[in-house]
Ligand binder design. Structure first.
Ligand code: SAM
Length: 213
């Protein structure tokens, strides 16, 4: 088995992309708006988990700069290395969220921006349910995905071969609600990453709270 085979498929893709990913998505206004919502809503010094923290920018950096205690986890060793060097105000760990235990109610907020797409549908549902339990009752969950009805679809993402699984926006909403979260707001948009091989992609940003309304 080669080194590549031993890594999770997401790690292979994002180890290859590294900083290119951050540059390509830097102009996303809904991502900035989602972070602004977290900053407006969180109490000072909140404990926040960033799942699939990538390069650490913009998410972990924005939250850490505002004084929140941020733990980023990512399955890509390259991404974890970049984030740790570039965002010293947050903590980053190499971990696969699918198999990482999280203590009940241990965070004030959890975010997962575009980090579910290399998981099966059952894994995505199990991860969202795990994140819902990891946030305290009344705590916040911010999610972003590419809302498409695809399962293990082969494609190219910024020149890298990928297999993508996702849900329609309506099915993703149901998955979030079934996890015990109340959807507070969502934004659907189309974004074209700043990369020569990129194509326009639908984006769904969703804000939720653990528990009823
Ligand atoms: C599309 S990038 C998004 C990065 C960052 N969240 C952002 O929006 O700028 C997805 C990130 O999730 C990570 N990821 C994918 N599957 C993961 C898993 N099972 N556990 C932890 N991280 C994962 C990837 O390595 C990658 O860094």
């Amino acid at each position: 088995m080669t080194e590549e085979d031993r890594r999770a498929p997401a790690a292979v893709v994002f180890d290859a992309l590294g900083l290119q990913y951050e540059r390509a998505f830097a102009a996303s206004a809904p991502h900035r708006a989602s972070l602004a919502w977290l900053l407006e809503t969180l109490a000072p010094g909140s404990r926040v988990l960033d799942v699939g923290s990538g390069t650490g920018r913009p998410t972990a950096q924005t939250l850490a700069d505002a004084g929140h205690r941020v733990l980023g986890i990512d399955v890509s060793p390259v991404m974890v290395g970049l984030a740790a060097r570039r965002v010293p105000g947050a903590e980053f760990r190499l971990a696969d969220i699918r198999v990482t235990p999280l203590a009940e109610a241990s965070f004030d907020a959890v975010c997962a921006y575009f980090s579910l797409l290399q998981m099966s549908r059952a894994e995505q549902a199990a991860v969202v349910a795990k994140l819902a339990r990891a946030v305290r009752p009344g705590g916040l969950v911010a999610l972003a995905t590419v809302p498409l009805d695809v399962e293990d679809a082969e494609g190219l993402f910024m020149g890298q071969p990928v297999r993508v699984t996702s849900f329609t926006a309506e099915a993703f909403d149901r998955l979030v609600t079934d996890a015990g979260l109340t959807v507070l707001s969502e934004e659907r948009t189309v974004f074209t990453p700043d990369h020569p091989d990129a194509v326009p992609e639908p984006h769904l940003f969703l804000h939720a709270r653990r528990g009823a309304g």
